[in-house]
Design a protein around this ligand. Structure first.
Ligand code: PSU
Ligand code: MN
Length: 304
């Protein structure tokens, strides 16, 4: 049985010659940002990774195959398509088996990146423990994936739409290293600080790569979460975004939004309530994560 995996020519070449590769998810394109900024950002992120010495590999499910590296046309079509499934660990195989178009979340992108031999993945934010999880049980499958699949994920922390203390507790329970980059605090996506200390801090891509390799040497499953704070000039401080976050959460609850729909609903409402400012910050932090992802991938390629 061969894997239903299609590497783009660029990714295939990079892999064959051991060059650094950075995986990218597609849910951020289909469910995380509006068109046309989603496609523009996806292209800019890819360009940023190339400019920093690595090959980008955007991952999506098209026509019964895991595509690792998308063409211009595929990216463009995905960015405008409707009814694209948001795929996590639970629905990845079903989508491949039945022929739907699917965008990969952090969890599904980690699985596909690992199947393609890619060790580093850059994105915006990860899913986490939702507020009220003690009654809803809404905990993103991204967290368990970090405990299982050996991919280092660079994100700007997690959004304050989530319960951040519970998210950190849960990651600790699962044995996932949470590494703040260049500061002590765990960042909160649009804001550089969540007000919480991160369990670990590292100040160089080299250290992050060495820790990734050491986990494998010790036979520990799973990856690492690198929490990279948004650049200062793009930050929306916590007090500046909390009112919109609270308003979006209240609407989500009043409308009975549940399960997979929660995160996309909140992102869209916060975009509207901040009159687009949240999106400007979101784009800046993804580019910043792409640069750090490329640097980590370069270190890992040197080690190999
Ligand atoms: N956070 C963002 N943008 C996103 C997501 C999270 O700022 O696009 C997406 C990612 O794909 C993440 C997913 O893996 O939402 C988490 O969804 P859920 O909470 O349903 O697990
Ligand atoms: Mn959920």
């Amino acid at each position: 049985m061969t894997l239903p995996l299609i590497l783009s020519p660029e990714v295939a070449e990079a892999r064959a010659s051991g060059q650094p590769i950075v995986a990218l998810e597609s849910t951020i394109i289909t469910h995380g940002m509006p068109f046309p900024q989603n496609v523009e950002t996806a292209r800019r992120v890819e360009a940023e990774i190339r400019a920093h010495g690595a090959t980008p590999a955007t991952i999506a499910i098209l026509d019964r195959h895991i595509h690792v590296g998308l063409t211009e046309a595929e990216l463009n079509a995905l960015g405008q398509a409707r009814n694209v499934a948001k795929l996590s660990r639970a629905d990845l195989a079903a989508c491949l088996a039945t022929g739907g178009t699917g965008a990969t979340t952090v969890a599904a992108t980690m699985i596909c990146a690992h199947l393609a031999g890619i060790k580093v993945f850059a994105t915006g934010g990860i899913g986490g423990v939702h507020r009220g999880a003690e009654t809803s049980f809404d905990i993103s499958a991204d967290l368990r994936e970090l405990a299982e699949t050996p991919v280092t994920v660079v994100a700007a922390g997690a959004k304050a739409i989530l319960d951040l203390p519970k998210t950190l507790e849960y990651l600790e329970t699962l044995g996932v290293p949470v590494i703040a980059f260049g500061q002590d605090d765990f960042p909160a996506f649009w804001s550089r600080s969540s007000g919480l200390k991160a369990p670990l801090r590292m100040d160089s891509a080299r250290d992050i790569a060495a820790a990734h390799t050491m986990r494998a040497r010790l036979g520990l499953p799973g990856g690492q979460l690198v929490a990279n704070p948004i650049p200062v000039e793009a930050e929306i401080p916590r007090a500046g975004i909390m009112p919109q976050i609270e308003a979006a959460l209240a609407e989500s609850e009043a409308q009975g939004i549940a399960a997979k729909a929660v995160t996309p609903f909140l992102l869209q409402r916060i975009f509207e309530l901040t009159e687009g400012r949240s999106l400007v910050s979101n784009i800046a932090l993804v580019l910043n994560n792409a640069r750090l992802g490329a640097a980590i991938a370069r270190e890992l390629a040197t080690d190999a």
